[in-house]
Write a protein that binds this ligand. Structure first.
Ligand SMILES: CSCCC(=O)C(=O)COP(=O)(O)O
Ligand SMILES: [Mg+2]
Length: 260
């Protein structure tokens, strides 16, 4: 087995979710189809609620920023002209969500609505999040060795907590010391990793970030964060240069902590 030694200065392990702790297939074949199948009905049922209106406002603002993009779907402001107007607006939101999802956009607006929609499904027991078999035993071991474990995913913090709180391994939320999402910044921007270190109260070089996406690894590394790229079944392939340049692991059990 390949073993990757964790540098002694590392006290925090920062984990991506999709493609790192959790199969991409679970996100693409279970979580995302749930949104597509239910978004229209969800909007019709919850439209009058404050939370839903906030989600729509955020999506409208995002649609304005996206107006220059090919195929972008605008969301008109409410004119208050009755049922037809409402149905047109709901359809515009649905079309916008479909368009964003077709490009796998990681906007805060889309991720916030998705998190709110998954809440009902997870709490009713209709959805259970999948984790790779090595994840929970390794995280327990790291914590026993004194490491802090944080999550940084494009999925909203609320969605992250749903996944960890309702998993096939049971409620494993207690294994996580804290959560970050795109509200702190995008995962491909190095400033996000500096802000995460500030928020945790450590230096960036005290953090080891595990992700499947090399653009994220590169941004983290630019901020002086240690990185390893996680290679899992179903993940996007890496170029030969990426395979040579990055530390690669195929299982969390390949990380060796001198203190453990
Ligand atoms: C944690 S919520 C479900 C996954 C999701 O919506 C997503 O965008 C995951 O992105 P990641 O940054 O974890 O690769
Ligand atoms: Mg990922």
């Amino acid at each position: 087995m390949v073993v990757l030694s964790v540098p002694a200065e590392v006290t925090v392990i920062l984990l991506d979710i999709e493609g790192t702790t959790t199969p991409i297939a679970f996100v693409k074949d279970t979580l995302f189809p749930y949104i597509k199948e239910n978004v229209k009905e969800y909007l019709q049922t919850h439209w009058e609620e404050e939370e839903c209106q906030q989600d729509v406002s955020l999506l409208r603002k995002q649609a304005e920023e996206d107006a220059h993009l090919d195929g972008a779907v605008p969301i008109p402001a409410a004119s208050g002209n009755g049922v037809d107007d409402l149905q047109q607006m709901i359809q515009a939101v649905v079309d916008n969500v479909y368009w964003q999802m077709s490009h796998d956009r990681k906007t805060t607006a889309l991720k916030q609505l998705q998190g709110h929609m998954w809440r009902a499904a997870f709490t009713a027991g209709c959805l259970k999040a999948e984790f790779f078999a090595d994840v929970v035993p390794a995280v327990r071991k790291w914590r026993e060795a004194g490491m802090k474990v944080y999550i940084y995913s494009s999925g909203s913090v609320e969605a992250q907590k749903l996944l960890f709180g309702h998993s096939t391994e049971g409620d494993i939320l207690e294994l996580v010391d804290g959560h970050f999402d795109t509200k702190i910044g995008h995962k491909v921007e190095s400033e996000s990793y500096r802000k995460i270190a500030d928020s945790i109260g450590c230096s960036t070089n005290n953090i080891l970030f595990l992700t499947d996406v090399t653009l994220e690894a590169s941004a983290a590394e630019e901020a002086d964060v240690h990185v390893a790229v996680v290679v899992r079944p179903g993940n996007a392939g890496l170029t030969d240069d990426e395979k040579t340049y990055y530390n690669l692991i195929t299982s969390f059990s390949e990380l060796y902590l001198p203190s453990a």
